[in-house]
Design a protein around this ligand. Structure first.
Ligand code: ATP
Ligand code: MG
Length: 499
């Protein structure tokens, strides 16, 4: 059964037209009234280029106010937004464009080159922002409501474990995600959320939806710059910041004060595992870090650890948000605390499925439960600890070895900037771990020193059998470590840059 809600920007405009919706880096403030006006005008221009309801419209842009108005404009036209990652190559973009069955590509002018491959085959479907802005406006009747079952966005997974998959997220998924986040983090009159993560990822896009539901300003930046982030927190009163661990690491390294002002009430950390030393240094500086676990398929966080629990549950990703459920499925069927198994999640923020990927849908769902492909365990109080991806598990002499655990210990070593671990075949043990290490600039850490440290921290079967020093690690467009490439390096399929 379809459920309808009032169109969210119309509703927000009706309730609080003069509140700030967006604050830009140069401190320009845009009210919800202005945002609505600009989005409707944008919709009229997009209508002018021929976009109609249920079209799939690909959007290729860095964070910008125009991008925000296009996203809202497409909701007015009842079209689906396919958000493309600007860091992808032209070929990868072509794949996602075609795979999502998009019929238009709207792109930021300076990203024209990225559309090169799409242009070869779909030139007449491509419109840059400035062309759209010159388009004649065609009026349309503003929809009063939104069908929660309609697909709002298609966003591709990062492609860390295989080929990226197009995740369909409905308005309902986004609505539940935003409301569940508020039930957990609370909602304060002075809330303002700093968005330096890309809007083409759910982490960024979900901030825009929260802004509509809560009537809350979003401080929108094109990208992450440590000085700008510090200024926003110290001087502009942002209360919540979405970060991934590399951003938080940079903020901590640059924070010369004892802590942040009290206005900062939540540093929402997601996107991947958080190194323990980082969490500890945040703890020392009294930074209210909320660790979270989520994925494109769950419209952003689905499991979150509150800052009150952060101290006693360091390293945990927390508990499921109010309407969500979590289950660990063990292969041996033993269902007890600390037993590692696959993490399954269920809730109204979970996708209805991948677009045109019946094979993946069949593999990834057990009725309404999403099989995340991640391994984890619960402690006796039901707090989740994410261990690693199931695909990357190393079984050595019958023991489970999780590369992420070894990587985290490697990164504790002074002089180690980055580390990646994979398993290689071994006659005696079946598989053994090997490590790729990037040294910090001008630091000469040796394998001996590294192994010495690991010995004090990990069981001997977790000790890497080889350490390769490299200049950098392979990462995808979302900056996630590509262990598949590390495996190819071990097999000599591709050469790596030795240090
Ligand atoms: P693909 O599905 O194509 O392989 P991806 O899983 O990297 O790509 P995303 O949806 O961007 O694509 O990332 C979600 C994944 O990030 C999770 O499944 C998990 O592996 C990892 N992740 C997210 N939060 C955490 C966390 N708190 N701890 C550990 N890993 C996390
Ligand atoms: Mg995934």
């Amino acid at each position: 059964m379809l459920t309808y809600i009032a169109h969210w920007l119309e509703k927000r405009y009706d309730l609080t037209p003069d509140r700030t919706a967006i604050q830009l880096k140069d401190r320009t403030k845009i009210t919800f009234r202005q945002l609505r006006k600009d989005s409707i005008e944008m919709a009229e221009r997009l209508k002018g280029i021929g976009i109609s309801s249920y079209d799939h419209v690909a959007l290729l842009s860095k964070n910008s106010y125009e991008m925000v108005t296009i996203i809202h404009a497409l909701t007015y036209l009842q079209a689906t937004v396919v958000l493309l990652n600007t860091r992808l190559t032209s070929k990868e973009l072509l794949f996602q464009y075609e795979n999502s069955e998009s019929c238009f590509l709207i792109f930021q002018d300076d990203l024209k080159g990225k559309g090169e491959e799409i242009e070869k085959q779909h030139a007449d479907e491509m419109f840059c922002f400035s062309t759209v802005n010159q388009q004649e406006q065609v009026s349309f009747s503003i929809p009063a409501e939104i069908a929660l079952d309609d697909t709002f966005t298609i966003i591709y997974t990062s492609g860390t474990t295989g080929f990226p998959k197009g995740v369909q997220l409905t308005y309902g998924n986004h609505y539940w995600s935003a409301s569940s986040s508020a039930l957990n983090l609370g909602l304060y009159e002075n809330d303002r959320w700093l968005a330096m993560v890309p809007l083409f990822h759910v982490s960024g896009l979900s901030i825009l939806v929260r802004s509509l539901l809560y009537g809350m300003p979003v401080h929108l930046h094109e990208s992450f710059h440590v000085e700008d982030a510090q200024r926003e927190i110290m001087e502009e009163g942002v209360t919540i910041v979405s970060v991934v661990s590399v951003m938080l690491e940079q903020l901590m390294a640059d924070l010369h004060e004892k802590s942040y002002p009290e206005t900062l009430r939540c540093m929402l950390l997601g996107g991947g595992p958080a190194p323990k030393p980082l969490l500890e240094s945040c703890k020392e500086k009294n930074i209210p870090v909320f660790q979270s676990y989520g994925m494109t398929e769950t419209s952003s966080q689905i499991i979150t650890l509150s800052s009150q629990d952060a101290l006693k549950k360091l390293g945990s990703a927390g508990k499921p948000l109010f309407p969500a459920q979590l289950r660990i499925e063990q292969e041996n069927g033993i269902n007890q605390p600390y037993e590692v198994g696959e993490i399954l999640v269920k809730g109204p923020m979970v996708t209805k499925g991948y677009f045109k990927r019946e094979d993946a849908n069949e593999k990834s769902f057990d009725q309404d439960w999403l099989k995340t492909g991640d391994l984890g365990y619960l402690d006796e109080e039901g707090y989740l600890y994410v261990v690693d991806r199931r695909k990357d598990l190393i079984i050595s002499g019958g023991e489970n070895v999780y590369p992420a655990e070894i990587e985290s210990v490697l990164k504790e070593i002074e002089g180690v900037q980055d580390a990646g671990v994979v398993g290689i075949e071994d006659d005696k043990w079946g598989q053994v771990p090997v490590a790729f290490v990037v040294r910090r600039e001008n630091q000469s850490v040796t394998s001996g020193r590294i192994l010495e440290h690991i010995q004090t921290q990990l069981a001997s079967y977790k000790m890497p059998k080889r350490i390769y020093f490299v200049k950098s690690l392979p990462r995808n467009a979302s900056k996630k470590l590509l262990r598949t490439t590390l495996l190819e390096w071990t097999k000599g399929i591709h050469n790596y840059d030795e240090d």
